[in-house]
Design a protein around this ligand. Structure first.
Ligand code: 5AD
Ligand code: SF4
Length: 515
């Protein structure tokens, strides 16, 4: 579909809208608000330097926009999306909106979507459908779709065609334009589509309303240049752009001053951090070393690509300090041929070699991973190599997925030829293995005393507190509520399938010293 046809298609859709019935000329809207995505454009990687914008401010004229109005953001997918939601909540709050949990009263409803697999997308379409009655009952309520799905042409076209209850579609690169997008949506009533396929600047100083006061996300980079053949992320999140070290360090210092106990450094592929900073030689190892000097008890990072995992990084993590000994290292498959067609750029042997180097340097390390089963042409033998690799590494946990074809990715040109029942049977076998190793890893904690960052009441019982160990194990225990937000010692008495039960010992000495 070319630009003209697309425009014409949209005009048809708009012409069918009741509120636009008398309007003949829609083009005035498109000058400002019809900017649909293009995966072809998103694939391009230019040589332009990243521009760092530190002057972000919300124009005074928008400030009162949300007065007396409420918002609700539903978040799907990864931590990056969760953090983007915090930024959108920050912007909406700065505009005067207040949060609500009730979809039936919210004046602005945003769906922050995930495009990684088809079932993630289906969930969102189901939700947009569910919101149709809200728009009928309260036509003034604004419904927006943002996040990774909105970067896909096919999704935008489907929404334009079949979901006229949506008022705004905006992408991952223009979140900071939320005030303008909202204004357009209030004024025009036509569907506002503003999705940039080329990544924009790195914008610092965006307002944020963080989800909690104990743990915080910190972006260190945006985008991905790896182009693993199955993955839509390099298209939806654009090229790799690292934040400047000082901006990250300042943000972490500020979080430490506010009393945060744990930060997670975020990026699609954090190991590439710094490669695009042409004027300095500074990578993730250097960043971790600098952040280790900040007085914040725990530092995590995710996600790592095995290809860029340097010895320098291993060395820095091995020094301990506040960098926790948990590494999430997606392997995806244990077979060389499958890894090759996935475009992962490492082999089974080089992955195992990396794991051995990590284990030697960090003997107490907890390794977790991501695995895809049923990749195009994956044979039974190849799948069994994934099982054997899993056993060889002895991962403590894994997120496992059925391969899902994503339009526009190189793998979408391959035939998705592993039958669904075979895929599902493989996933089940893999999950059994994952369950066995996770249970064994938990069992090994019985009788030991661990440090737990107490986050609040457990999901099942208000009277029980819960938190995670450094190696990311969920622990439930009884203790005074005043322990929430503190790192405490807990003696593990029982390992369950996915968590540990323990007895509270006291506030951890390390916490007492650092406070
Ligand atoms: N199908 C299935 N799983 C996928 N992932 C990414 N793309 C796909 C896809 N098309 C998985 C990978 C990645 C995790 C975040 O999601 O395992 O590491
Ligand atoms: Fe996707 Fe591969 Fe980039 Fe991870 S490293 S976001 S799997 S392309």
């Amino acid at each position: 579909m070319n630009e003209e046809q697309r425009k014409a298609g949209t005009l048809d859709v708009l012409a069918n809208r009741k509120d636009k019935a008398e309007e003949k000329d829609y083009s005035k809207y498109f000058d400002h608000v019809y900017q649909p995505p293009s995966l072809k454009e998103a694939k391009k990687r230019g040589k332009e330097e990243t521009v760092y914008n530190r002057d972000f401010q919300i124009d005074e004229k928008y400030r009162g926009m949300g007065k007396g109005r409420t918002f609700l953001i539903k978040t799907y997918g990864c931590q990056m999306n969760a953090h983007d939601t915090e930024v959108m909540a920050g912007i909406l709050t700065a505009l005067g909106y207040t949060p609500t949990e009730d979809v039936n009263v919210a004046d602005v409803i945003l769906l922050n979507t995930c495009a990684i697999r088809e079932n993630a997308e289906n969930k969102v379409f189901g939700e947009i459908g569910n919101l149709k009655h809200i728009k009928q009952e309260r036509p003034d309520c604004l419904i927006g779709v943002c996040g990774c799905m909105s970067q896909e042409e096919s999704v935008v076209n489907k929404i334009l065609k079949s979901y006229q209850n949506v008022d705004m579609i905006f992408g991952t690169h223009n979140i900071h334009r939320l005030p303008q997008i909202l204004e357009e949506a209030y004024l025009s009533k036509a569907m506002v589509v503003e999705v940039w396929s080329k990544e924009g600047d790195v914008i610092e100083n965006l307002p944020k309303v963080r989800e909690g006061r104990i743990k915080a996300w910190v972006n260190i980079m945006y985008g991905c240049d790896k182009f693993c053949t199955y993955c839509i992320v390099p298209f939806t999140r654009g090229k790799e752009r690292s934040r400047r070290p000082q901006d990250i360090i300042d943000e972490v210092r500020d979080l430490a001053c506010q009393g945060y106990q744990e930060i997670t450094l975020l990026g699609q592929n954090v190991n590439s951090y710094g490669k695009d900073l042409d004027d300095i030689e500074y990578g993730l190892g250097d960043l971790l070393e600098d952040i280790a000097k900040i007085d914040i008890p725990r530092v995590r990072f995710t996600t790592s690509h095995p290809w860029d995992f340097t010895d320098r990084m291993i060395e820095v993590i091995a020094q301990g300090g506040n960098i926790v000994p948990h590494i999430h290292l997606p392997v995806q498959s244990g077979n060389d041929q499958v890894l090759k067609i996935m475009g992962r750029k490492y082999t089974r042997a080089s992955y195992l070699d990396l794991v051995n180097r990590i284990k030697q340097a960090i003997p107490n390390v907890a390794l977790t991973t991501d695995i895809i089963v049923g990749y195009p042409n994956e044979t039974e033998e190849q799948f069994e190599e994934t099982l054997s690799l899993y056993e060889e590494v002895g991962f403590e946990h894994a997120y496992t997925y059925l391969y899902s074809q994503r339009d526009g990715t190189p793998a979408a040109k391959m035939k998705d030829n592993v039958p669904t029942d075979v895929k599902k049977a493989r996933l089940q076998r893999l999950n059994q293995l994952v369950g066995k190793y996770s249970a064994e890893a938990l069992k090994a904690y019985e009788g030991k005393t661990v440090k737990v960052l107490c986050e609040g009441a457990s999901k099942k019982d208000e009277e029980v507190l819960a938190g995670y160990t450094e190696r990311n194990k969920l622990v439930n225990f009884r203790a005074p509520k005043s322990m929430i937000g503190k790192i405490v010692d807990v003696k593990i008495v029982e390992a369950k399938q996915y968590s540990l039960n323990g007895e509270f010992v006291g506030v951890s000495v390390a916490t007492l010293v650092s406070q």
